[in-house]
Design a protein around this ligand. Structure first.
Ligand SMILES: [Zn+2]
Length: 115
């Protein structure tokens, strides 16, 4: 399952960050998942609960934010599109740039720090 490798890469990142800050644990991990990232949130959550065991993030809660597709158009439009038609809803242009919704990003990490 694709999600397992994504989650394990994410946990590597979290572990590294926790170590850098000398954290004793991780409270919340907030991840932004683009609708075009190819990641199924349900599978991602499942994989997370399996993979976090034995890591610094063992007791961490996972927060998933679904990021819709956003585009930027030469006409100046920036924002969402209608459905999966890749054209600017304002001017109809099809040579647009997808600016969000394609990837998975570790957006926020809440660490437990020693006093
Ligand atoms: Zn446009």
């Amino acid at each position: 399952m694709h999600e397992f490798s994504v989650v394990s890469a994410l946990l590597d990142l979290v572990t590294e960050d926790a170590r850098k800050h000398k954290a004793t644990g991780v409270t919340t991990i907030t991840v932004k998942v683009g609708v075009m990232s190819g990641i199924e949130p349900e599978l991602f959550e499942e994989a997370f609960h399996v993979c976090k065991r034995g890591t610094v993030a063992e007791t961490a809660a996972l927060e998933l934010i679904r990021q819709p597709i956003e585009i930027s158009c030469p006409c100046g439009y920036q924002g969402g599109i209608e459905g999966f038609s890749f054209r600017c809803p304002k001017c109809g242009e099809t040579t647009i740039r997808v600016s969000d919704g394609e990837d998975m990003i570790l957006q926020r990490l809440e660490l437990e720090l020693p006093d």
